[in-house]
Design a protein around this ligand. Structure first.
Ligand code: NAD
Length: 293
């Protein structure tokens, strides 16, 4: 058996096309385009790549993207002042502060300062709380992208056993909540989990969000399982410099029913969902019903 490869790029392109159509309709009814402000502090190369690709995707969807690039020496007070300005700017529907922030800045304080209704990354505690109680709000882009991919591949997820490996606020925890909301029976595994292999072996759905290259081996998987690999790990070995996921991809191909590649799986969905969230924010802020996406 060879697993079906889940083409994240194609699914993301389809979502982006639906968002672009939604943007055009929004412009028709309101006379303005949705606006996304992205803030980058410092010169972290990976963050720079993410910010550039978010900027490009925003423009391609017909939205107004503004980039605020601040020096690594920017004070927390100056960053909070910028967030305050963006909160007050009626042309800004979504605000994203790229993480990680330099160590002298308290990231939690900055996220707390973002207007929850412009928090398109879904990191504000108000949005985390909304997700926890099932109220409408913004859900972090990566786990929501994973949930959308799972629904595209499997349809109804009701009753399936899922393991989420990783318990970060950005990926693991919201992922587990999204799966519970979709009626999965969910196990959250993490660095203190005992016998991870046997936990994984029971799961119909495996979402790996650890950040350890190829940690999850093919022979851990239940045959036919659907594997969503969130991990992005840079390795330099006999095969050269490349990106690999948290799952040993070649081994998993022989056992899984479907699997996301790295790159080209979850990553493209993350940006597409950011655009989706921004369009949803623009509708809510304009008093319009949520768009069908
Ligand atoms: P994190 O470091 O905040 O969390 C990692 C989690 O893995 C922790 O909860 C920890 O308990 C768990 N863990 C660590 N060692 C473990 C072990 N041996 N066994 C089981 N669990 C273990 O990371 P994160 O921000 O959640 O990101 C996870 C990975 O996903 C990283 O590789 C990151 O680069 C990637 N990521 C990708 C995207 C994307 O768009 N594709 C977005 C966000 C994160």
């Amino acid at each position: 058996m060879t697993a079906r490869i889940i083409d994240g790029k194609a699914h993301a392109a389809a979502l982006r096309a639906r968002v672009a159509a939604g943007v055009a309709a929004f412009v028709d009814s309101t006379g303005r385009a949705p606006g996304l402000a992205v803030v980058l502090v410092g010169t972290d190369p990976a963050s720079d790549v993410y910010v550039r690709s978010k900027g490009k995707a925003t423009l391609a969807a017909g939205m107004i993207g503004t980039e605020h690039r601040l020096s690594a020496e920017t004070t927390e007070a100056a960053l909070l002042a910028l967030v305050g300005d963006l909160n007050a700017d009626p042309a800004v529907d979504g605000i994203l502060v790229q993480l990680p922030l330099p160590r002298h800045i308290d990231a939690a304080a900055v996220i707390a300062a973002i207007d929850p209704d412009k928090d398109v990354d879904g990191f504000h505690v108000v949005n985390a709380g909304r997700l926890a109680v099932g109220a409408p709000g913004f859900v972090p882009c990566t786990p929501l992208g994973c949930a959308l991919l799972l629904e595209e591949v499997l349809g109804d997820l009701s009753g399936l056993g899922a393991v989420v490996i990783g318990r970060s606020n950005i990926v693991g925890k919201p992922m587990a909540q999204l799966l519970v909301d979709r009626n999965c029976t969910v196990t959250i595994a993490h660095s203190r989990t005992r016998d991870l292999k046997s936990v994984v072996a029971r799961a119909d759905i495996v979402v790996a969000a650890v950040g350890r290259a190829e940690m999850i081996r093919g022979d851990w998987l239940k045959p036919g399982a659907t594997v969503i690999d969130v991990g992005i790990n840079r390795v330099d070995d006999a095969h050269g410099r490349r990106l690999v996921g948290d799952v040993a991809y070649d081994e998993a191909l022989a056992v899984a029913g479907a699997i996301t590649p790295v790159p080209g799986g979850v990553g493209p969905m993350t940006i597409a969902v950011l655009l989706r969230n921004t369009l949803v924010a623009a509708h809510a802020r304009s008093g319009l019903p949520a768009p069908a996406l």
